[in-house]
Ligand binder design. Structure first.
Ligand code: TXA
Ligand code: MG
Length: 304
């Protein structure tokens, strides 16, 4: 694989590697190198109390990076790893404070993308990585997006083509009384509930318990407005009559998997076209629709 050996050398020397996962591209550093992890925060422009996800090659490594791993975590790992699921567990002593912002928990994920897998296996360590975009912006789902966002601030970008899922991993907290979804994503609430044999809920943006789940996030430059399907055409006409550049994203126009895969590329494309406003309709909060609706609500944000 082109660049793999160099990417491993970069990680070993404390540098930053952008790499594809099945969800979005990550900005990776050696998870056991606090100085390298600090650099991730600086490059992203992210506050240091927003923890990073630690990516592992294999579920067998879970007990190296977490302690008191509950059976539920093992069940979810068997069902969904490698894949778009992040588990919040109690952290082990191995996890540097820099990764978790000093919190006593750690997010672990085993990605399925072949390039991410190859990198993790060749490195034979863990990679701490947020999405490879500047803080608050739309996540990158193509190598070109990373290049446009981070340019020379990253030491190497591994190009694995377009990410298949297109929205970030589902984050499940397993450190509370019951498992809860902190961020809906590629693994659905229905899939989680089926494996755990109980209802697993996403409390939504109104009950923000963790740093990093800000209500305004995942936002393009253009203003995003949530509208009903019946209003879209009229709003486009109105906006254009006022001299604005306006576009729309209609959530029920394509299957949810396709919408998720294309969502961030579409938002970025509208920004590149100089759009002032994007009118979006929300999918229903079931299946992958929950994650898409969450990202669109956050893109619309309370500040607007
Ligand atoms: O799909 C993904 O999860 C991508 C790929 C690269 O793996 N990563 C990603 O990372 O989206 P990031 O940093 O952009 O978002 C991770 C989210 C943040 O909102 C962070 O607050 C939350 O995960 N998180 C990480 N560790 C946590 C912890 N210990 N407790 C609660 N939330 C945590
Ligand atoms: Mg992110």
């Amino acid at each position: 694989m082109p660049g793999l050996a160099r990417a491993v050398a970069v990680l070993r020397s404390g540098g930053l590697v952008a790499f594809p996962t099945e969800t979005v591209y990550g900005l990776g550093a050696d998870a056991s190198n606090a100085a390298a992890v600090d650099r991730v925060f600086r490059v992203k422009g992210r506050p240091t109390n927003h923890p990073l996800i630690v990516h592992l090659a294999d579920a067998a490594d879970m007990s190296l990076w977490a302690r008191d791993v509950p059976q539920l975590a093992r069940d979810l790992a068997v069902a969904f790893w490698p894949g778009p699921l992040t588990l919040i567990l109690k952290r082990s002593a191995r996890v540097p404070d820099a990764v978790t912002g000093g919190a006593d928990t750690v997010g672990l994920r085993v990605p399925s993308h072949p390039v991410a897998q190859a990198l993790l296996r060749a490195f034979s360590g863990a990679i701490a990585a947020p999405s490879a975009n500047r803080f608050g912006a739309v996540s990158p789902t193509r190598a070109e997006h990373v290049c446009a966002d981070l340019g020379d601030d990253v030491d190497i970008i591994l190009d694995g083509g377009e990410c298949d899922v297109g929205v970030e991993s589902t984050i499940v907290n397993l450190t509370g009384d019951t498992p809860t979804i902190l961020r809906p994503g590629g693994v659905t609430a229905e899939q989680l509930s089926a494996v755990l044999k109980c209802s697993v809920q996403f409390l939504g943006a109104s009950e923000i318990a963790v740093p990093g789940q800000l209500p305004s996030h995942y936002a393009p430059r253009a203003r995003v407005e949530i509208v009903a399907r019946s209003e879209v055409d009229e709003r486009l006409v109105d906006a254009r009559a006022k001299g604005f550049r306006a576009a729309s994203i209609i959530s029920d126009a394509v299957p949810l998997e396709d919408l998720a895969r294309q969502l961030y590329t579409q938002l970025r494309g509208h920004d590149a076209d100089g759009c002032d406003v994007i009118f979006v309709t929300l999918p229903s909060d079931t299946g992958l629709g929950l994650a898409i609706a969450d990202r669109l609500r956050k893109a619309a944000g309370p500040r607007r």
